[in-house]
Ligand binder design. Sequence first.
Ligand code: CUA
Length: 339
Amino acid sequence: MRRGSIASLLVIGIVAGGIAAAVALALPWLPTPASREAGRIDFTIWFVVVICIVIFSIVAAALIYSILTFRARPDDLEDGPPIHGHTGLEIVWTIIPTILVTAIGIVSAVVLSRDDALGKNVLRVNVTAQQFAWSFSYPEAKGLTSGTLMLPKGRSVQLVMHSKDVIHSFWVPEFGQKEDTVPGLTTTLHITPDRLGTFPVICTELCGLGHAVMRTQAVVMTPTAFAKWLRSQTAAVSSPNPSVSGAAVFKNNACGACHTLAAAGATGKVGPDLDKLPAYAAQAKQPLESFVQDSIVKPNAYIQPGYHPNVMPPTFGTSLSKPQLDALVQYLVSSSKKG
Ligand code: CUA
């Protein structure tokens, strides 16, 4: 092979590799990781991308060089010389990909097993998905429930997930992993948050009319701030005052994901506007309080024109305790009268 050919191949390969590397690096393909698991997943992706760019450069160099050098001239009507196999070349192009694919397999297996390995002092959080809301409860804090996923930085967190109705899927892009919640099954996901901040929690399995609004937030806080939050919430839960706050029931069940209610700062558009409950009750020719209670317990009994049946989960009312239901009804009645 002539020196000039090698130089041309090298130049074409470097240019092609440079363009591919620029595309890989310049565009924000992935969010900045916020968990150790996501960091390892990102490493695996970059490991594969680098291998791909090297292979792309070699193939592009050989292809472009061949097109430029060996193409048939307009007056060349002869067939080329017959070519038989080249054993050495075939061995090389079998062994190299075998090594590369095996390396990718090993890196992936190591990352998967390390990502699944729970650390010490695991924080367990029970995740409940239902149309169309997430709720998170902390067995460590006597079952304290929150509509926002609060997590301490640096601690191994095990999410234990259930669904009340259909299949949903839990996804925080910055945590790099997705996990389905399946009715009748318990699924788990391990996360070790390593960056402070607020990140979106997204349902990534089409689960009904309100799928697109089935979102909340994950807040990663310092361990001290988390302990303080847990204490303040636990104190509120176990306070001797037996009255249940309707506002808390509304918030913890993420009613605002689907409904508008000015008093709660909720702006959901999937279900009826709860600020208009008195008008709806009048249309349904029912007293306001029993109308509100019936609409929670038997959501299909009366469907406000412009909205759809079977969107509000029929199990929602029965999943509340009697005091919670009463508090929610009173809260909605008084808030909507003001609104
Ligand atoms: Cu739940 Cu989509």
